[in-house]
Design a protein around this ligand. Sequence first.
Ligand code: ZN
Length: 470
Amino acid sequence: MRRLLATLVLASLTIASASPMVAAQVGQPDIVQEHWYHSYATLTLDVNEWADDYPEIVDLIVAGQTELGRNLWVLRISDWSEENKPDGTEKDVVYIDGGHHGNEHLGTELAFLTAEFYIEGWEAGDQEVIDVLTTTELHILIMLNADGNDMDTRWNINQVDLNRNYDHYWNNCPPNNPTQPGSGPFSESETLANSIYMNTVVPDADLYVTMHTGVWIMLYPWGRWPEQPSDWELFHFIRDDVNSNISEIPIRNANQGLYPNCGTSRDYGYGVMGFPTFTFETDDEQWLLGTIEALSDRLGEELDVMRYLIENVWYWRARLVVDSLVVDNGEVHVNVSNLGRSSTANATLTYVTGEGETWLPSGSDPGESPCESEETVYNYSSPGCGFGVNATNSTKVTLDFGNAPISSTEGQFFLFYQKRVIDASTWVSEPVNESMVEFDNRIEGTLSSPSVFLSIVCVFLAAFKNREEN
Ligand SMILES: [Zn+2]
C-alpha cells in the first residue's frame, strides 16, 4: 500500500516536473527518494529543503539555466562558519557534476547521494564528515541536463551530446566515431554555464568527478589519446589504492578503457583547467524504477570510492615543503620534500625583500630573471632556474640569487610551483617556514650586498654629520 501511494505521488511529480511551483507543494518522502530517480522538480525540492534546513553548511546557488530555462543548482557544502581551515590555510576545493546524459540516472543519483552523505553526516555528528567540511568546500552540480533528464534522453533539447561539447579538441576525434557535438564548442547553455563555473568559482579545485553510467569503470584522462596523462603517477596511485583497499572497480585511461572521445568535460577539466579528473561510470543498469533495493545500498561501494577521493583531496597535488634552506652569500642550498601524490615539473624559490621586491634565481634585478622570459615562461626546471620534484620524493638543489639583498632579519623566501605536471595546472606561492632558513656566511649575509653596505655607510655618515652639528 505504501509503495502504491508512493507511486501515485511520483506520478503527480512527473506530470508536474515542468512546473516547479506546483511540485513545490508536494513533499518527497524518503521511500520515494530511495526507490525512484530524481526529476528536475523533485531535485529542486530536495536541494531547497537542504538549503533551508542546513544554512550553516549548505549554500545553494544557480550556475545558469538549461536551454529550456531550468536552473542549474549547485550545492556548496562546507562549514561556512569559517572561511579557512582551522590552521588558517585555504580550504581544499572539490567539484562534482552529474547528469550530462539525461538517461544515465544512476550516475546523477551518485552525485545526489554524495551531497546527502555529507549533509546527513553533519547532522549526525559523524567525525569523518566534520573533518571534511571544516577543511574542504564541496561544489556539487547534480543535474546538468535537466531537460534531457525529464525526457529520459541522452541529449539536451537541441539533440546535442553535452559531453562532446567542451572546448578541448572539440569534434576532433577520428572518423567513424559519430557524436552530436553541437554547432561549436560551448554552443549549449548547459556546458557554457558549467565551464564558467569551473573557471570563475572553482579554478583551484584539486578534484573533479563527473558522473555517468554505462560500464562499471572509472576513467581518467585522456579520452582523446591512448597515451597516459602527464600526471600518470597520481592517477596510478589512486587506482592502486582504491583497488587494494576499497573497490575492484576498473580505473583506466578513458581512450583505452572505453573508446576515443573528444570535447568531454573530463578532458576539458584536466587539459584546460588542470584538475585531477575522473569520469565515474556506475554500472549499466539504467532502470531501477520502484526497485526494492535502496539506491544508497545499490551505490554503497561507489559512494565509498567518492568518500576516499574527497577525504584525501589534500594529497591530489604536489605539496612541497622546505626541509632545510641555507643561504651562502648569493647561493641558496635548498632541500625540498613533496608530501603530495602528484609530481611537479616547475618549482622554484622566490625571495621577497622587506620592501616587497620579488627576486628570482639568476636574476640581476628584482622581478627579472632569464628563467621567466617570453619563451621560457614555464621553464623553472631548466638548470639554475628551479627544479622538479617527483611524487612522494625529495630534491636537493642550489640556486644562485646573485646580488639579491637577502637578509636574515627581514624579507622572506617562498616556494613557487605548479600543483601538477599538466601545463594547465595552477601555480601556488607558499611561504617557507622561517625556522628552516639558515645563514652560512662567516659574516652576516647581508653585508656582502653592495646596496646594504652603502646604506650602512650612509647611516654612519649621517650619524657623523649629526654629531658635528651638535
Ligand atoms: Zn554518459
